[in-house]
Design a protein around this ligand. Sequence first.
Ligand code: ATP
Ligand code: MG
Length: 416
Amino acid sequence: MTGQSCVLLKYGELTLKGRNRGRFEKHLLRNVERTVSRPDGERVRIQRRQGVLVLRSALPERELLDRARDVIGISVVQPAVPVPRTPDDVAAAAVRLVRERGLEGRFAVRARRRTKDFPLTSEELAAHVGDRVRRELGWPVDLDHPEVEILVEVDWREVFVSVERYRGQGGLPVGASGRALVLLSGGFDSPVAAYRAMRRGLRCDFVHFTGAPFTGPSSTYKAYAHVRELDRFQGGSRLHVIPIGAAQRRLAGAGAGEAQTVAHRRLMLRTADALARECGAQALVTGDSLGQVASQTLSNLATVERSSDLPLLRPLLAWDKDEIIAEARRIGTADIARLPDEDCCSLLTPPHPATRTTHERLAAVERRAGVDDLVPELLAKSQLFALGNADGPNATDGAADTGTILTSAATDTAGG
Ligand code: ATP
Ligand code: MG
């Protein structure tokens, strides 16, 4: 085992879900493989134990730990040293480990056995290790409020000794709740909404609408950068990019007027609905937050959601902007959101956007604009970017880092 980093992952909420457990574990294991082992990187070995996954790799411990801490569905991430199954080896390893980590102070040993075929009970083992630490280092025992906690876990072929544990992402394993399509802009809200959807077990595909040909590629760069960050939490992400500028003009030409932004939202949602059905997503996700901007009044949210029959999930509906930004900072998308871009939403924005709209009025605008034909045209122009380890149709390993376009129905010129 020497030269190998070892990290234990403990399941969170998963343990509560009696009958679904097997299915959840399957998703979790696959996600760990996808997110922890990089296609071009150092191999990570994953072993499955009762309620625990054991990762071993030649990667530096810090790196392995950082990757493991991104896995959704894991509640505790614990670096560990595997040692032979004898009480003396365990005690020696504990002393070595606290010295190595420069720890000091009142301590407690917590021992547990995942298998009972061990010469000592958990209490006896904890006492044995505690004696040794007290003798060699002279620290006092404090079982209630220790400064140093030594964790000992007896396993089948070895014993794991740890002195640190970190909180994981928590939540349900990605995929356990199904698949969703996220409407992703370059802003703060939708990436956070995507992350929260993943945390409830939804594997997320992404769609971004650009104002092309009337805007440049900056918003696509931002959306792609967001997906790269979010991919740490699920692996194998796919981003569809659809140029919607010309269609927006058609809505304006059909007299959308002050309801232009709402008409545009409805078109995005309608197109996303059709795309979701193609990629097997059972729900749509947006970063809407009630009342944040004119297009997010209750009236406008209601008018917009009439344009899709799929469940429309809005994980941030009741979040304040500062809460959203704090979460964006935590998951690593805030700096991307801050970059300037040309958003398709600012094309044709009316000077006084309507805060109250009706489905009937918007439906009339859409008939005049010929929306039924617009949707298939938009889908035909969509481009797919797949990040490493993507599975499913059109996916190829390792495409991510080059930003390979895998399909391009519009031009037929894409490489990939
Ligand atoms: P965000 O910070 O996510 O851009 P926002 O506060 O700017 O959100 P809006 O611009 O009103 O809010 O957009 C509401 C939601 O509509 C977004 O959270 C996102 O889900 C979706 N959306 C907006 N613009 C786009 C786009 N260009 N492509 C895909 N989805 C979009
Ligand atoms: Mg926006």
